[in-house]
Write a protein that binds this ligand. Structure first.
Ligand SMILES: NC(=O)C1=CN([C@@H]2O[C@H](COP(=O)(O)OP(=O)(O)OC[C@H]3O[C@@H](n4cnc5c(N)ncnc54)[C@H](O)[C@@H]3O)[C@@H](O)[C@H]2O)C=CC1
Ligand SMILES: O=C(O)C1=NCCCC1
Length: 312
């Protein structure tokens, strides 16, 4: 009950429209590598061998903004048919001057919304002009949040979705408002698509370069371990690759490490105007998730919560 209430409370206080400008600002600050703006080491991942998962610790300090936070996130490789969540998270906000805890909040909504919002930022910067077709591979929590944020931010003419199971696709289609085409193969979903979002728990490629239209934009959100893949070598080598964090991608992304692809730029570099947005080319945004995204999201929730109830 307590967790359900925490989940609802965060969901009521957070919206993509308010979050996106804060995330753009945070991504830009992160890429400037100014220690007074953002201190955010690459996530520490502790293997939970017996349970097929990892606990990630994601501390962040934004000195100028007075924000100190950490997220604890456990993520698992779940077998097909498992009803257990793949990701569970909690965000802690602290007072940087005294070190006391200011708030402990549910991290599920924050993780779902900020990840989708950052993918939407990547699409805004990198997708081809007049993009009409969006394809989503995977039908879990991130698929739903990506669908909601992308349809709120853009006007695609066609939305396609693929799941490895019929039940997954049917559940997804039931959960969203508006038309969506369920596809029986990943290839059918992505052929001709202008924007492709991969949000699966797969550890092997589910998206192959030979299916991807030249000039399309791919937001690759799953495969967050060095030996996990969602994209094949052909796509990784043909595309211009962007990441949230260059260091993160070099340490955590199997798609980057095992393909040998070069990370051309961070999203923050494009936001800062120091690297080009190659909209005319096929682009991949490799998302791994960053503490600074959680920090600004949690601060927004906290500010709203205080203001709403006239607290303190
Ligand atoms: N980049 C980031 O910031 C974040 C990344 N993630 C990652 O995104 C992915 C999705 O997360 P959630 O939606 O929370 O998980 P979820 O468990 O709710 O959904 C996972 C989806 O992937 C599908 N799937 C699992 N194994 C598959 C396989 N072998 N082939 C094809 N499809 C498969 C499932 O059927 C389901 O549709 C995970 O890999 C997770 O680690 C999650 C949160 C943040
Ligand atoms: O940033 C996050 O939060 C996550 N990233 C990759 C794996 C699951 C959670």
């Amino acid at each position: 009950k307590k967790f359900a209430r925490a989940f609802r409370e965060v969901r009521q206080l957070l919206s993509p429209a308010d979050l996106i400008p804060r995330l753009e600002d945070a991504l830009g600050k992160f890429s400037r590598r100014d220690a007074a703006e953002v201190l955010q080491p690459v996530r520490t991942a502790v293997p939970l061998q017996k349970h097929g998962g990892f606990m990630g610790l994601m501390p962040t300090y934004m000195e100028k903004d007075g924000v100190l936070s950490t997220k604890f996130v456990c993520f698992y490789k779940r077998e097909e048919g498992s009803t257990l969540p793949a990701v569970q998270a909690t965000v802690v906000l602290l007072d940087p001057e005294y070190g006391n805890v200011k708030a402990v909040m549910d991290g599920e909504v924050i993780t779902a919304m900020r990840t989708a919002a950052v993918s939407a930022i990547s699409a805004k910067l990198l997708m081809p002009p007049q993009a009409e077709v969006l394809a989503i591979l995977g039908t879990g929590k991130q698929a739903l949040s990506h669908c909601r944020v992308f349809t709120e931010m853009f006007s695609f003419k066609e939305l396609r979705v693929w799941s490895r199971t019929k039940e997954g696709a049917a559940r997804f289609i039931r959960s969203i408002d508006g038309p969506v085409q369920g596809c029986s193969t990943a290839e059918e979903a992505v052929r001709g698509a202008d924007v492709i979002v991969t949000v699966t728990g797969s550890t092997q490629p589910v998206l192959f370069g030979q299916w991807v239209k030249a000039g399309a934009h791919v937001a690759a959100v799953g495969a967050c371990r060095p030996d996990w893949r969602e994209l094949d070598d052909v796509l990784m080598k043909e595309a211009v690759v962007y990441a949230d964090s260059r260091e993160g991608a070099m340490l955590e992304s199997g798609d980057v490490i095992l393909s040998g692809a070069e990370v051309f730029a961070e999203l923050g570099d494009v936001i800062n105007g120091t690297k080009a947005a190659h909209r005319e080319k096929t682009t991949v945004f490799k998302s791994l998730g960053m503490g600074v995204e959680d920090a600004v999201s949690a601060q927004l929730v906290f500010d709203r919560w205080k203001a709403q109830a006239g607290k303190f």
